[in-house]
Design a protein around this ligand. Structure first.
Ligand code: ADE
Ligand code: ZN
Length: 315
């Protein structure tokens, strides 16, 4: 089945072998990042964020990001993905300095253009990192606004949801909206229903994860009424311990409540997952067949941060 993925972190999609190879080229020590099997090593979400940032720290040039994007898009295409949106953080691309960001973006755009010829279309979502704080987010928002419209079509925020409130970042989201970018924010993953409400107050049309909305019926109705799409990453939620197993994941109950959602992998090598694995595990856990997955892909296309002509081609 042809798949659309809307929630994939470029840095979080870096395979361990890729990071090890770049670290070796740069003679960088990455002790603590990998376990004895060579997998990313972490015990909980805080540890995940630390290892994620340590692994990402070896990516130091536009060329490193271009190589990473090529690798990630190739793997996605092998999974049957024909359209993907990638979260990219200018913070990691030269410290959210606009001039450096333009160089990183030019290198990534060249790869994205080339990969279109290999059957995979992509867009970038500039992503602020919540635990770096609102001031640093402003710099990312300026990078996003100044480069909006070609490959960059969205603005979002990931990172530690327990830190501060999403609304502390209102200036950045306003700046991105005024530049015509689509808005999404991680919420309702580690935070509860109120955290999702804060993301809605920012004007987001999509919520990253959002699964904890299941804890509040009034919020569920509000999400349905506003036609919000949840970017659900079940394998990520299970791997990070938010739910003990696939059968306990609320995705089927969210579907029953009338929510629109897409299925994505978040940071696939960290969670030992892939788009095929997500579909297979959902099919086993909930008895979902092609009909359901076709609907999910249709919702994803409707809420993709791309122009109508591209959406038409994906339908
Ligand atoms: N950044 C990468 N993956 C993330 C996740 N699952 N939650 C918050 N921030 C992230
Ligand atoms: Zn995410």
């Amino acid at each position: 089945m042809k798949k659309t993925e809307l929630h994939l972190h470029l840095e979080g999609a870096a395979p361990p072998d890729f990071i090890r190879a770049i670290a070796a080229e740069k003679h960088t020590d990455l002790s603590g990042v990998f376990d004895e099997r060579g997998h990313y090593a972490y015990d909980d979400f805080a540890g995940f964020l630390q290892v994620y940032e340590a692994a990402t720290s070896v990516l130091k040039t536009p060329q490193d990001y271009a190589r990473l994007l090529a690798e990630v898009l190739e793997r996605s295409a092998e999974e049957g993905v024909i359209y993907t949106e990638l979260f990219v953080s200018p913070e990691f691309c030269g410290g959210a300095d606009l001039s450096a960001w333009r160089d990183y973006l030019a290198a990534m755009t060249e790869v994205a253009d080339k990969m279109r010829g290999h059957g995979i279309e992509s867009r970038g979502i500039v992503t602020a990192i919540r635990h770096f704080g609102p001031e640093r987010a402003r710099k990312s928002a300026i990078c996003a606004a100044e480069t909006a419209g070609d490959w960059i079509t969205g603005f979002g925020m990931g990172g530690a949801e327990q830190v501060g409130k999403a609304t502390d970042f209102a200036w950045s989201f306003d700046c991105a909206r005024e530049a015509g970018l689509g808005l999404t924010c991680h919420a309702g993953e580690w935070g509860g229903p109120d955290s999702v409400r804060e993301a809605l107050a920012l004007g987001c049309t999509r919520i990253g994860h959002g699964v904890r909305a299941i804890e509040d019926e009034a919020l569920l109705r509000d999400l349905v009424d506003r036609d919000i799409l949840l970017e659900i990453c079940p394998g990520s939620n299970v791997a990070l311990g938010l739910y003990p197993d696939w059968e306990s994941h609320p995705i089927a109950r969210l579907a029953d409540a009338g929510l629109r959602f897409c299925v994505s992998t978040d940071d696939p090598p960290f969670f030992h997952t892939s788009m095929r694995n997500e579909y297979d595990r959902l099919a086993s856990a909930f008895g979902w067949g092609d009909e359901v997955f076709r609907k999910i892909n249709q919702w994803a296309v409707e809420s993709a941060f791309c122009d109508n002509a591209t959406q038409e081609r994906l339908r």
